[in-house]
Each structure stands twice: as C-alpha cells, then as structure tokens.
Design a protein around this ligand. Structure first.
Ligand code: NAD
Ligand code: TYD
Length: 339
C-alpha cells in the first residue's frame, strides 16, 4: 500500500512517518511538504534514503503538482497533517492559515476524489471546540460538542473538518477526522510551549508565561497520537469523528515548573508576559469513543513522556539550535536546492 503523508517534515507528521515505516514494513510512504519555516528536511534525514520513502516538496494548494503526484503514485491512503499550526502566528496574520488549512485541504480532497483514494484522514485539533471554563472540571469535549473555535487557527481547522465531512456525505469519499489534544515529544518546533521552555531554559533565558499561567491543556505523547490515527485508518468508520486525548490536564505554570525540575533549572527564570488575545482557558477531551470502539488508550504516562522528551532535546541540541539560529535554511539549500 502507498500512504501519502502531508506535512511530514513537521512535528507530528515526521513522527507519524517514522512510526508507519516501522509498524507497516513494506508500505510505501510519500511525504508532501512545502517546507515552510516549520518544516525541516533534516528531521527526515533518517528516512530520506529509505527504499520505501519518497519526499516531494509541494505546496498543498498547488493542484497541478498534486494531480501529477497522484497520477504517478496513486496513494491508497492519505493523511493530512499539513497546516499552519501556531495560534500566536494566526493572531498576527490569519491569511496564510486560510490558504493552507482551508484551501489546501480543499485541493487535497478534490484530488483524492478524482483518483479514488481509498481512505482520507484529516488530522484536526480539540481547539475546534473552543474552550471550557476553569471552574467546571467535570466538563469535557465529546465528538458531539459544538464547534466554537476562538482563534483564526482553530477556525481554519474547523473549516477543514467540515469540508472533509461534507466530502464524505456528498461524494462518498471514505474520510475520517480526528481531534487531538496538545501533543509533545521529539522534533517539535521550538515555538510551542514545551520545546520553547526547554530551549530557553537550556540557554538560561526567561520562560515567558502568558497571563496567569492558569490556562489548562491536555497533553498526549506524540507516538500515542500516531497509533490512534493508524487505528482509525484501519478500523475507524468513514464519515466519523474521533476525539484523541491524553487524560492528562495540566496548567501552563505547572508544566513550565516541571520542565525546570527535569532540567535542574531555577524557577526564577519564569517571567509573566502579556496574555495571548482570546486565550482559550481549558481544553479537555473525552476520548471514550476511540477507546470503546477501537480499543485505543494512551500508552505513555506523562512522567515517562516528559522525561524522554527533555532527554531528546538535550541529545539533539544541534537540531533545535540550528532552527533557533535560522541555520536550517542553509541545510535545506544544501540538501534540496538543486533537486
Ligand atoms: P507543524 O507546524 O510542526 O508542521 C506542519 C507541517 O506542514 C510543516 O512541515 C510545514 O512545512 C507543512 N506545511 C505548512 N503549510 C504547507 C503547505 N501549504 N503545503 C504543504 N505543507 C505545508 O505542525 P504539527 O504540530 O506537526 O501539527 C500537524 C497537524 O496536527 C496540524 O494539522 C495540526 O493542526 C494538528 N494538530 C497538532 C497538535 C499539536 O499539539 N501540535 C494537536 C492536535 C492537532
Ligand atoms: P501552544 O504550545 O502554543 O499550544 P496551543 O496554544 O495550541 O494550546 O501553547 C500552549 C499553552 O501555553 C497555551 O495556553 C499558551 C501557553 N504559552 C505560554 O504561556 N508561553 C509561551 O511562550 C507559549 C508558546 C505558550
């Protein structure tokens, strides 16, 4: 089988490619990625020479390029990770979020329909449900919760979910959607909370907490997310939405203190900064459907996952230092400029 992974040079997509090549030996994996600031070809260096792997630098919005690739490769399964993914950037400049997350997904869905893709999976986020209050801990998002996105990022992701489900209903494309909580683990771009705090702490730089630090996120180790998508692709029902969550709620301040503790760095690095506009208070996922219907549950406990993640950033210092210093652009030119 040939699996097309979009956004595979980013955090979760790359972890998914590593996971898939190991879990399904013999499958061919194609990666389509535009290599935006968040996509990093060096992340994929371990598989670039793999006989069952092919990397194609393409913008999801480039319909002709997608068409050519599908005509050549006829992928049976398509998993759409490609997105602009950072809420803060979406607040500064929403347009590229609409372009990639909405128009890019629409282009991909169209080409999947044209070539009769057997399975399409849209990787979405719990942020499409908006947020929950801090004082009602019993509330959690189910697949039936209304879509109430707060940021341009989550609004664009909600739109992509709806386009995917409409494509199932109207054209019969066998499509599924998963809505996952915050992921952490290796290869996450150091603009997101955990890797930013690790990178800053290691450089003895301030650790910026937005607002009070009381905002709550639910955290899931990235490999558990990859396993959930694999299960949904193989055993999920087309037309269905599946929530994916870690059952691991934590407020940001507690998370940052935990990172300090793991690194042996002082909490005095913590600095309170102006809050994010429209900052969602709390995300909490009820993943009961995925658990009951497909038997999924998170395998990595937070204690273990955060330890592994911190160790990974310590052992891969050059990866994130090059990103932080902008050097990965040189790497890309060297590796890919003439291809
Ligand atoms: P990321 O920002 O690390 O990676 C995104 C990748 O998409 C990059 O490699 C980038 O180059 C590529 N890309 C961006 N625009 C593109 C375009 N126009 N054409 C082709 N490729 C393009 O993101 P991530 O954290 O790995 O998230 C992956 C997916 O999972 C996203 O759809 C995101 O909404 C979703 N998600 C993320 C989280 C999380 O905690 N990170 C949680 C739930 C869902
Ligand atoms: P982030 O990693 O951007 O994920 P998301 O906003 O999609 O959940 O942020 C996670 C939480 O951490 C969010 O409540 C914002 C907060 N945050 C900070 O307090 N400081 C920071 O420097 C960053 C990047 C995030």
């Amino acid at each position: 089988m040939t699996v097309l992974v979009t956004g595979g040079a980013g955090f979760i997509g790359a972890n998914f490619i590593f996971y898939w090549l190991k879990a399904h030996p013999g499958d061919r994996v194609l990666c389509v990625d535009k290599l935006t600031y968040a996509g990093n070809l060096s992340t994929l260096s371990a598989v670039l020479e793999h006989p069952d792997f092919r990397f194609v630098k393409t913008d999801l919005c480039d319909r002709e390029a997608l068409d050519r690739l599908f005509a050549e490769e006829h992928p049976g399964t398509v998993v759409n990770f490609a997105a602009e993914s950072h809420v803060d950037r979406s607040i500064e400049d929403p347009e590229v979020f609409l372009r990639t997350n909405v128009m890019g997904t629409a282009a991909l869905l169209d080409v999947c329909r044209k070539y009769g893709t057997l399975r399409f999976h849209q990787v979405s986020t719990d942020e499409v449900y908006g947020d929950l209050p801090l004082d009602r801990p019993g509330l959690r998002f189910t697949e039936e919760s209304p879509l109430r996105p707060s940021s341009p990022y989550s609004a664009s992701k909600a739109s992509a979910d709806l386009l995917t489900l409409a494509c199932f209903r109207t054209y019969g494309l066998p499509a599924t959607v998963s809505r996952c909580s915050n992921n952490y683990g290796p290869w996450q771009f150091p603009e997101k909370l955990i890797p930013l705090m690790i990178a800053n702490a290691l450089q003895d730089k301030p650790l910026p907490v937005y607002g009070t630090g009381k905002n709550v996120r639910d955290w899931l180790y990235v490999e558990d997310h990859c396993r959930a998508i694999d299960l949904i692709l193989r055993r999920g029902k087309p037309g269905e939405v599946y929530n994916v969550g870690g059952n691991c709620e934590m407020n940001n301040l507690a998370m940052i203190k935990r990172v300090c503790q793991e690194l042996g760095k002082p909490e005095s690095l913590i600095t309170y900064v102006t809050d994010r506009k429209g900052h969602d208070l709390r995300y909490a996922i009820d993943a009961g459907k995925l658990q009951q219907e497909l038997g999924w549950q998170p395998a990595t406990r937070f204690d273990e996952g955060i330890r592994q993640t911190v160790r990974w950033y310590l052992e891969h210092r050059s990866w994130w230092e090059e990103i932080v210093s902008g050097k990965y652009l040189d790497y890309y030119e060297k590796m890919y400029g003439d291809r």
